[in-house]
Design a protein around this ligand. Structure first.
Ligand SMILES: CC(C)NC(=O)[C@H](Cc1c[nH]c2ccccc12)NC(=O)[C@H](CCCC/N=C(/NCCC(=O)O)S[C@H]1O[C@H](COP(=O)(O)OP(=O)(O)OC[C@H]2O[C@@H](n3cnc4c(N)ncnc43)[C@H](O)[C@@H]2O)[C@@H](O)[C@H]1O)NC(=O)OCc1ccccc1
Length: 221
């Protein structure tokens, strides 16, 4: 049984990591055009590094919750072949023990040189004067996919979703594309697990609503 699970910020909320669009979400405190676009980074890299340094610190203090753990256990099952495709830049899936995780929007733990595309593990605190360890230019940025940039591994993700027997979306508002459109590619059964109906809830065969730490373990067993 091929299972693909798409996760969003809602799966990490109960670990203390804010969402983007809910009341008190990140986008109520920051303008995404300033902190999550290449143009914004060009205008004020220090502001963008401060934004991601704060999220990196929060993530370091957070711990996986019952929803992350349930998916890590599902991965171990002999009868199911699970792939997690996450929009999240936190590493809570891996810290729960999941090994088959695709970060389509990048990771907080990664650094990227905008000049030579070299990648390395990000320090906890980054700033605009950081030099690339390969080309020594001060063009270091977080290894995340900003708005207007193409998400990572889209071809592989599209193939996996099309070949899936079950496609489940967990903790996502389905407002951001192309992630929100993946349900249309699903070859098998589709399920939405969320606190409330998402913007694409009608595209799913089935849906369950509630906190991820309750509905995900219930679905997995
Ligand atoms: C705002 C939106 C309209 N804009 C876009 O979608 C844009 C533009 C666009 C492209 N196509 C379109 C089509 C139509 C309209 C617009 C577009 N998309 C892009 O720019 C993308 C790049 C988008 C990626 C941007 N980077 C992120 N993150 C990384 C950085 C960072 O994290 O800082 S997006 C970021 O926001 C998104 C947030 O969404 P969610 O995770 O769903 O979080 P949200 O807060 O919205 O919702 C939380 C949900 O959880 C639920 N919840 C809350 N608590 C709980 C709980 N306890 N339990 C369960 N559920 C819970 C809530 O009810 C809620 O439903 C995530 O993707 C997240 O990664 N790039 C691109 O299109 O390139 C070209 C392309 C593409 C493909 C092929 C060729 C060319």
């Amino acid at each position: 049984m091929e299972i693909v699970v798409l996760t969003g910020a809602g799966i990490s909320t109960e670990s203390g990591l804010g969402t983007f669009r809910d009341a008190d979400g990140l986008w109520t405190h920051y303008d995404l055009n300033d902190v999550a676009t290449a143009e914004g980074f060009g205008r004020d890299p220090a502001l963008v590094h401060d934004f991601y340094n704060a999220r990196r610190a929060n993530c370091a203090d957070a711990a996986p919750n019952a929803a992350h753990n349930a998916l890590a256990n599902l991965e171990k099952s002999a009868t199911h072949n699970l792939t997690i495709v996450t929009q999240n830049v936190d590493d809570l899936h891996e810290r729960a023990g999941s090994r088959t995780v695709i970060h389509m929007h990048g990771t907080l733990t990664g650094a990227l040189c905008a000049a030579c595309q070299h990648r390395w593990r990000a320090p906890l605190v980054m700033d605009p004067t950081d030099l690339c360890p390969r080309c020594a230019t001060p063009a270091t940025r977080p290894d995340v996919v900003w708005f207007g940039e193409i998400p990572y591994q889209m071809d592989r993700i599209s193939e996996l979703v099309a070949a899936s027997d079950i496609f489940a979306a967990i903790g996502t508002s389905a407002e951001v594309y192309p992630a929100a459109g993946l349900v249309e590619l699903a070859g098998g059964e589709t399920l939405e697990l969320n606190l409330e109906p998402s913007a694409r809830t009608n595209s799913f065969d089935r849906r369950r609503f509630g906190p991820a730490t309750e509905i995900v373990p219930e679905w997995v067993v």
